[in-house]
Each structure stands twice: as structure tokens, then as C-alpha cells.
Design a protein around this ligand. Sequence first.
Ligand SMILES: Cc1cc2nc3c(=O)[nH]c(=O)nc-3n(C[C@H](O)[C@H](O)[C@H](O)COP(=O)(O)OP(=O)(O)OC[C@H]3O[C@@H](n4cnc5c(N)ncnc54)[C@H](O)[C@@H]3O)c2cc1C
Length: 313
Amino acid sequence: MPGGDATRVVVVGAGVTGLSCAVRLAEAGHRVDVLARDLPLETTSVVAAALWYPYKALPQDRVTGWAAAAYAEFAQLASQEGTGVRMMGGTEVFRDETADPWWAGAVPDLAHTTAPLGYQDAWAFTAPVIDMPVYLHWLTHRLTQLGVTLTRMSLAALPVEAGSGAGVVVNCAGLGARLLAADHDVRPVRGQVVLVAGVELDRWWLDAAGPTYVVPRTHEIVVGGTDQPGDWSRTPSTETATEILHRATRLVPELAEGRVVGTRVGLRPVRSRVRLEADGSVVHCYGQGGAGVTLSWGCADEVTTLVTQITER
Ligand SMILES: Cc1cc2nc3c(=O)[nH]c(=O)nc-3n(C[C@H](O)[C@H](O)[C@H](O)COP(=O)(O)OP(=O)(O)OC[C@H]3O[C@@H](n4cnc5c(N)ncnc54)[C@H](O)[C@@H]3O)c2cc1C
């Protein structure tokens, strides 16, 4: 058994990154406890649209690998009841002719398609679409099944000192890494979305200009969005919500029939490159930017490999 009975792995963070890592680590036989200031439904992760799409995350080669691994896992989860994961076709539109994306290799069916009126180019592909409140609930339930604890705790530092009981610490604190890893390379890019009910859509839509996106969840549609670097405000703006809906309704006119049932704000943990590396008995895994869900299982697999290497030293 990796690490033996005595090795305890403490995962800091209960967003999609921390929970996915905790699941994979427990599945690999590690004894895992999760500590987090914010519980899953209070994190940035619950705000995510969440469309599988490598957005504001680098470096390209590693991101493509993590995204491909997560794509395969989500495709599996989509066939299971209660996960909140669906595979859904959708279209990304462009105002100019656009070459294939650098991450095209991670998607099985990306192809250029006829652009809607007002656009010059478009791609269509099947992507996982994840209803985050449902999915985070499912992940939390999976952790309980695996015997992983989840405790609310606001940490002033990573629990690495002797006596903390942690053999290995996995740092999935997102923006919290500014404090916990003294890393000012990770910074907020604010995103606001509007939740719309009363409209049925069977495709997602994306226009990176804006950005404007329309992503169906089970009972509502997530309509975005904004990209506001350096803005720490978690308070939704009414003017921004109106402007988002205006943009999105031009892209998907059916939205005009819907009613607004909520507005959410999240702070994407953007970094010059995702930090996924071991440093002594700490494995850092944060800075997934606008793609934390998209990269989650790929990052979790790599974290598990690193933790197992540390515990077998
Ligand atoms: C509007 C919006 C739309 C998005 N859409 C998508 C999308 O379509 N697809 C996609 O893949 N991604 C999307 N994202 C990005 C995605 O939400 C993030 O990349 C992802 O949530 C990051 O997850 P995380 O677990 O790393 O961090 P978080 O969800 O922020 O979780 C961090 C955890 O660390 C804990 N923590 C921090 N500091 C401390 C401390 N001192 N002590 C204890 N615990 C601490 C927090 O409490 C929390 O539990 C979107 C984001 C936004 C805002």
C-alpha cells in the first residue's frame, strides 16, 4: 500500500482541484484529510460555467495533457447517474478566420463549421459540461465513501511542521497560495455570470471576445461573462449583468425568453503557468486559471504520482 498506514496526506483546499486530488489519492490507498477555509459550495469552483475548455492556463504542452486526461474521465462520468456531467456539442465562433487551437489534440471531434451570421469562422466539438453544484456534491459524497474527512479550517500557513501529523501536504489553495506559498504570481481574474432559467438549449456557445458564453446546466443556463484582471470584488454588478445578457442574447437569441434567477462572481486563480510540482514534502497544485475543472483529473493524476514518489522515498 503506498505510503503505509502511518502516512497521512493533507490536502489544503476544497475546490475542484483539492477534491479531485483527494479522490485520486484515496483511490491510490493514501489516508487523506482535506482542510479548507471555504467548503465546496462556497469556492470559486462552484461558480464555473463549467465547460471543458483550456482557458487562461499554461504551459500549453502540460495543459493539453491534463485536459485530455480530464476529458476522458468526464466522458466516463457522463454515463453515471448523479454526477452532473454531460457530454454536449457546442460551437465557438470567431470574427476572423482562425487556425485550430493548440489544444485540438485533446478533443476527438473538433471541426470547422459554418459560422453564424456576423461571424467569419466557427468550430464545433463535443465537450464535457459540468453542473458544478451537482458535481461538487457528488465529489464530496465520493470522498465520504473513500473515508476522506473534510474539515473547515482557515490556515495561516501550510501544515508542514513536525507534530502536524501530515506526511505530505498537497496545496490546492488556488488564490490562497498567495498567502500559503508566498506566491504573488497567482492573481485574480474576476468573472461574473448570470443564471437564466426557463429556456431549453441542447448546445453550448462560446465567443472568446467578451468573453461571451452560454452553457446549459441541468435546470438553468450559465451565461457569461467577464475577465477582469486584478479585481478582487466578489460583489455582482447589476450593470455588468445587463451587459452580459445583451451580448449573450445576440449570440443565442432564445435567451430573451428566459428569466434571470441569479448572478455569481468568482475569482479565477490565474498564474503565468500552473504550479504542479513537489517541494520537499509539499506538492503544489494551483494556478489553473480559467480551466480548473478542465484540468482537474489530469492534475490529480500527476499529484498522486508525486505523492506516491514522496511516500516511497
Ligand atoms: C465565472 C467563471 C467561469 C468559469 N468557467 C470555467 C469553465 O467553464 N471551465 C473551467 O474549467 N473552469 C472555469 N472557471 C475556472 C475555475 O472555476 C477555476 O479554475 C477553479 O475553480 C479553480 O479551482 P481550485 O480548486 O484550484 O480553487 P478554488 O475553487 O478557489 O478553491 C480553493 C480552495 O482553497 C481554500 N483555501 C484558500 N486559502 C486557504 C487557507 N488560507 N486556508 C484554508 N483553505 C484555503 C479555499 O477555501 C478553497 O476551498 C471559471 C471561473 C469563473 C470565475
